[in-house]
Design a protein around this ligand. Structure first.
Ligand SMILES: C[S@@+](CC[C@H](N)C(=O)[O-])C[C@H]1O[C@@H](n2cnc3c(N)ncnc32)[C@H](O)[C@@H]1O
Length: 286
């Protein structure tokens, strides 16, 4: 089911949507244990009345939507995103998994007027609230959307995932740390809410925060098969954010690492790790 709400910003947000879709899918695949832990926490919190109507805000390719439908077998989910390409990708995955009948997609820019999403038992917002121009307005809208007693799950990350050994960097170890510092500088301007403390903001919006739980994901070799592709896709995206800020040596090293055919490619290394940090806030509308 597709319900496209067109808005000025509802048009495509760039030509890198296929790369973004691949990265989000790999994120969900490599970090699937984390997703399963989070949905299990939500199942505990909703044991008395399992959610039947779920909304996934900034759903991307549906990592959350699909994990929630697996966990809550009687539920239906509405996935909301401003990208029609990512929503189409989500629907194709839902069809593959035989759950398309339980998913509706709504294209909307959540910085504009919100679509009518009905009354909801569970709202999921994973790594999406920090993209909003005014996340506090978003939290108030979510509060209105939820039925009394309904639950909001916010997942955000302290930083972007890391993969490389510390000693990488031509004559100057610490390439990945320098890349992330450059990215943080770029994001400080464009994404000021990334890494925010959401607890006080949830309280201010009227929610009762029931869980604040940090998760550290540390995968060591031998890594699962998609981890190298996840590292490759992540580092490619990182490059697009920091290329202009890196020294020519650092940029050359990074290019060797993401050159799929090159001898140093992350696709072939045996010394990669995956380190990611996410936090779950689960908050109830009283
Ligand atoms: C980092 S992705 C996270 C996707 C997904 N929740 C996940 O955890 O895999 C952020 C998503 O938020 C969406 N998004 C960003 N700003 C938005 C807005 N103003 N309105 C609706 N969706 C937005 C993007 O299109 C993207 O799919």
């Amino acid at each position: 089911m597709t319900d496209h709400h067109h808005s000025a910003a509802g048009a495509s947000h760039g030509s890198d949507e296929p790369a973004m879709a691949a990265l989000l899918d790999l994120d969900a695949e490599v970090l699937h244990t984390f997703l399963s832990d989070v949905t299990s926490t939500l199942a505990d919190l909703t044991r008395d009345e399992p959610p039947r109507r779920i909304v996934d805000l900034g759903s991307g390719t549906g990592a959350g939507t699909l994990a929630l439908l697996r966990r809550f077998e009687d539920a239906e989910a509405t996935a909301v995103d401003r990208s029609p390409e990512l929503l189409d990708h989500l629907l194709a995955k839902a069809r593959d998994r035989g759950v398309a009948g339980r998913v509706r997609t709504v294209q909307a820019d959540l910085d504009d007027a919100w679509p009518d999403l009905g009354a909801v038992h569970l709202v999921w917002a994973s790594v999406s609230l920090h993209h909003l121009a005014d996340p506090d307005r978003g939290l108030r809208k979510i509060f209105e959307l939820l039925r009394p007693g309904g639950l909001l799950a916010v997942i955000e990350m302290a930083g972007f995932p890391r993969f490389l050994p510390d000693d990488i960097g031509r004559g100057r170890p610490g390439l990945e740390a320098r890349c992330h510092a450059a990215r943080a500088e770029a994001h400080a301007e464009h994404l000021p809410h990334l890494g925010a403390d959401w607890g006080p903001r949830l309280s201010r919006a009227g929610f009762a925060v029931e869980v604040e739980r940090p998760f550290t994901i540390d995968l060591r070799p031998p890594l699962p098969e998609p981890a190298a592709r996840y590292a490759h896709a992540s580092l490619q995206r990182l490059r697009s954010h920091v290329a202009e800020k890196l020294s020519s040596d650092d940029l050359a090293t990074l290019d060797h690492l993401i050159d799929s055919d090159g001898p140093d490619s992350v696709l072939r290394r045996d010394d990669l790790t995956v380190h990611a940090e996410r936090t779950l806030w689960a908050a109830r509308r009283p």
